[in-house]
Design a protein around this ligand. Structure first.
Ligand code: ZN
Length: 305
């Protein structure tokens, strides 16, 4: 096997491989298959893409894990990975212009950057992104979306926010399952933001790809942004007009004022408010209207694909 291919196998997201090997991964831990384990003592380090059991000291990378679980030799394990993970190999190769993840002094970056080094989408995330929302896999790779399952067995989508230079500045967790209802209200929040997250403008690295006079679409949330990107439009998102600070936009002003701005305001009050707010700053912004009966771009996109 060529060295290039071996590296591809070593780079397969280890939690995804563990999943394929029949292990149940929660919060980066699982029951260790190499000793009698009652509480998950095998941990995954998604940044280094390795595993380690703190009881029996089994440890290694993707290929070691496969060899040990399936009791195969090196060559057989590689062959199994190459076969078993054909989909993952093609689906998960890094974006052509990977967003740079660097470590700065901020807690959020050091703690969370590793989760996005080898992103993995569990079954719920794939269903949500590819079947329900019909999003383009290249967009999901570019955005480095990740997923995990918490200790209550709830699947989450993990959405990284980067600054214009590709530094991780925030993480938004979106619940992928429907929680039990209490009365008519969902008991658990749909979104979670780790402490220190700055999730105000989404997909800023795309601005570096744009030249003067090019089109930029402004969406109202990540979902609309992914849908716009999937239809070939360059887009950023402002998740909430109320969370937005004027300084956020001011710092982007030199760039935004050289671009043709477009927007499909959501057919509701917050959508209108955001549009008007942007219009005061960028009077040239072009307003587009969604076909009737569609409340936002993401819904419109999914229904027409
Ligand atoms: Zn063990």
């Amino acid at each position: 096997m060529e060295r290039f291919e071996l590296q591809k196998l070593r780079d397969l997201p280890i939690e995804g491989v563990a999943h394929q090997l029949g292990m149940k991964v929660q919060k980066h831990k699982t029951l260790c298959p190499f000793h009698e384990d009652r509480h998950p003592s095998l941990s995954f380090h998604t940044g280094r893409n390795t595993f380690k059991c703190f009881v029996c000291d089994a440890h290694g990378g993707v290929i070691d894990l496969t060899m040990q679980v399936l009791r195969k030799d090196f060559k057989e394990a590689c062959r199994w990975l190459a076969d078993e993970h054909n989909i993952i190999v093609s689906e998960w190769k890094p974006a052509e212009s990977p967003q740079l993840i660097t470590h700065n002094s901020k807690l959020i970056t050091t703690k969370y950057a590793k989760y996005f080094a080898h992103p993995y989408l569990n079954a719920e995330a794939r269903t949500f992104l590819f079947e329900e929302r019909k999003l383009h896999p290249a967009v999901i790779r570019w955005c480095r979306l990740n997923s995990y399952t918490d200790r209550h067995d709830t699947p989450w989508l993990q959405i990284p926010y980067y600054d214009i230079d590709g530094h991780l500045i925030g993480v938004q967790n979106r619940r992928l399952s429907h929680p039990p209802l209490r009365g008519n209200e969902e008991v658990h929040p749909r979104f979670r933001f780790p402490r220190g997250s700055k999730c105000r403008i989404y997909n800023l690295p795309v601005l570096k790809m744009l030249k003067e006079g090019e089109d930029l679409w402004i969406a109202e949330g990540c979902s609309d942004c992914w849908a716009l990107l999937s239809s070939g439009k360059k887009a950023i998102a402002i998740p909430s007009a109320t969370l937005l600070r004027e300084t956020d936009l001011e710092s982007l002003n030199p760039k935004l004022s050289t671009l043709n701005l477009h927007m499909y305001p959501d057919a509701d009050l917050p959508g209108e408010k955001l549009y008007l707010q942007l219009k005061t700053l960028y009077p040239e912004i072009i307003r587009h209207t969604l076909p009737t009966n569609h409340k936002d771009y993401s819904e419109y996109y999914a229904s027409s694909h």
